[in-house]
Design a protein around this ligand. Structure first.
Ligand code: ZN
Length: 297
């Protein structure tokens, strides 16, 4: 059986065809331009295959509430041509097959818990730290969605005493994303993170913020594994700092080996590397097929 997956990002769309068991047979990517142009390429790619369903892991904010009138719409994105775009409806009209839909980070969490670093567990949190910060989670085997999808990148964090940078989030200025995403690092220090590998103050400050966020997520969601992906997390020197700071902030309040001597196995890189999101999107497709059999052709 063949499923389609779309990892819909603000800069690029990755489309893949796979078997829903972790195998990807074909994968392509297009730049995210206008819905008309990008979706034409998506349709052309998928129309070569006889797909059972398509899953989408989308950039957000988007409407993931299946009972809402605007379910499957991209909502308040800064990418204006995509604002209000009904991506699920458009694909349903084109292909007449079930369409699964969630956020890109929820898809990545699903990919990791099923085939990646959290395989065998029923819960994990996936965080991406890149041009933005976002997190998705699977808890008790289910994607974390409620009123909407979580927006864990926009939480408030305590400021580093030496940080005078105002923050870059257009909505909140100095939320976590505003202080710790790639563009904030670049603007604060005058260079992108990749050119600052040996500047310890950069990564000390980055860890100061990320560790606070992780502690909040641990205290609120209690995930069984935390996976840190995205471009900034390719800076491996961040991991030991994060371990140290998470332990310091928790201060042995939760006495579990995962949060002390085993923390290096608790907070880890994605097992699927850069394929976590697209693998999860294919799984969203498989789920849509399995739960909406009445729509099968
Ligand atoms: Zn924000």
């Amino acid at each position: 059986m063949l499923y389609g997956g779309i990892e819909a990002g603000g800069t690029k769309f990755v489309c893949a065809v796979g078997d829903g068991n972790g195998q990807i047979f074909e994968r392509v990517q297009f730049p995210t331009t206008t819905p008309k142009e990008t979706m034409k390429q998506v349709s052309e790619f998928f129309s070569q295959f006889n797909l059972r369903a398509i899953g989408i892991g989308s950039f957000g904010p988007c409407d993931v509430n299946s009972e809402s009138a605007t379910y499957g719409y991209i909502t308040s994105t800064p990418k204006l041509s995509w604002r209000g775009y009904p991506i699920v409806k458009k694909l349903e009209e084109s292909f007449n097959i079930p369409i699964g839909f969630s956020t890109d980070v929820n898809a990545a969490a699903l990919g990791e818990v099923t085939f990646g670093a959290a395989r065998g567990l029923d819960s994990c949190l996936y965080i991406t730290v890149g041009t933005g910060i976002g997190a998705g989670a699977v808890l008790g085997g289910k994607l974390l969605q409620g009123l909407s999808h979580p927006e864990m990148g926009h939480i408030t964090v305590r400021r580093h005493p030496k940080d005078t940078y105002p923050g870059i989030c257009p909505y909140h200025k100095d939320c976590l994303e505003g202080l710790a995403a790639g563009p904030a690092i670049k603007e604060r220090w005058g260079k992108p993170g990749i050119e600052l590998v040996n500047s310890s103050e950069v990564w000390e400050m980055e860890s100061y913020y990320l560790a606070q966020a992780l502690v909040h997520y641990i205290l609120i969601l209690s995930p069984k594994k935390i996976i840190l992906g995205g471009g900034i997390m390719k800076q491996k020197q961040l991991f030991p700092l994060i371990y140290r700071d998470v332990k310091k902030l928790l201060n042995k309040y939760i006495e579990l080996p995962q949060l002390s001597e085993e923390i290096e196995r608790y907070i880890i890189s994605p097992g699927l590397g850069d394929l976590a999101g697209i693998t999860g999107a294919l799984l969203l497709g498989r789920k849509a097929y399995e739960t909406q059999p009445e729509k099968q052709k």
